[in-house]
Design a binder for this molecule. Sequence first.
Ligand code: AMP
Ligand code: GLY
Length: 424
Amino acid sequence: MKVLVIGSGGREYAIGSALSKDPAVEKIWFAPGNGATDALGENLSLSAYDELAAFAKREGIDLTIVGPEAPLVGGIVDVFEKEGLTIFGPSAQAAQLEGSKIFMKNFLARHKIPTARYLETDSFEKAERFIESLEAPIVVKADGLCAGKGVIIAPTREEAKEAARGMLSGEAFGEAGSRIVVEEFLDGYELSVFAVCDGKEYVVLPAAQDHKRLLDGDRGPNTGGMGAYAPTPLIDETLYRKLDERVIRPTLAGMEEEGMPFKGVLFIGVMVVGGEPYILEYNVRFGDPECEVLMPLLKSPASELFYKAATGRLSEARIEFHDRYAVGVVMASKNYPYKSSEPAEIIVDAIHHEDLAANSTIAYAGVSRGDDGKLYATGGRVLVCVGLGDSIREARDRAYMLVGQVHFAGKQCRTDIAYQALQE
Ligand code: AMP
Ligand code: GLY
């Protein structure tokens, strides 16, 4: 099978890495890929959807997998499908679950899926009135995609109003903030739950937990995610069942009923409050760095999961996961998440420890290959060190041993990934 992976991050590297171990996969292309994906396949510099589709036709690509949300919301799946190509990901219409917070909140309300109480509006007066009715902290969200920055958790009503004003005036996020969602703050713990869907059927992957804040102890600014682990013990059979019955099934049935069956990864951002799941958000793609810990846990061939889902035949697939744990620690560059950093050469020490070599892996993200052939850290989140083990502690220890083997100027990482699972 020939596979094309769209995207350039650690998520796409991890997907490529899983595919590269699959005997059914003959060749992998990445568009655009990064400075390390070229070791797994071939990087392409195409980005226009029609050019990518023409390439896929010409090369006889059997399956295209879309990593990031932007091309999904932009309609890449529709372009490929019009050409009769097989592609893993939702249509532009279905991708609104991530592309528009208002679409998502109204969908949840229509299908009685539990979520925070909210108001959607383009009027500052209405936002202000609703803010007055809520207890602080208060959450204010821009409707459109803002590269993960469109959510403000305001500690006071005044700051919530300020955030609403900034968004509605267009100052904060331009057009993406011309409509907003104001909602109550949910106080609980967060989970990332992923369901791979084929339009009707779905497979739920081991639940993961991300660490969004920059610093240990969940302090500092929000980031794209500084580390993740799976499966998390913060979910049990009862909670899985509640999620299945109250969230995943009604979502897929609702999408089908509304004429936009969901195919691809449904990423459910869950807040668990008092044992009950509430939906914070949907994303229509894998989380990053969650994907980097989930892919190494996949036991059955990666092509089987993606291809069967893309062709509406998940019920024929036997998807299995290793009965193990994975912990991923993000190594970021010096100025992340504030501004870009000087490129820094990456050196990975040879791993002589057999046990570590066999139970760890690096997913490369913000890296480029220099003219000198060396690998440089050129992005914010540079790479993810993933450790595997029979317990979270063992996986965590291996991930941090691997971190110790990786060097680049200005590197930073959290030292407490998976702490919520390791608390006594
Ligand atoms: P979102 O993009 O909607 O997931 O928001 C980004 C992050 O903001 C989430 O991962 C949560 O940590 C936080 N967040 C969003 N909505 C709420 C809420 N209603 N209550 C508490 N935290 C929230
Ligand atoms: N790790 C969270 C995200 O990818 O949105």
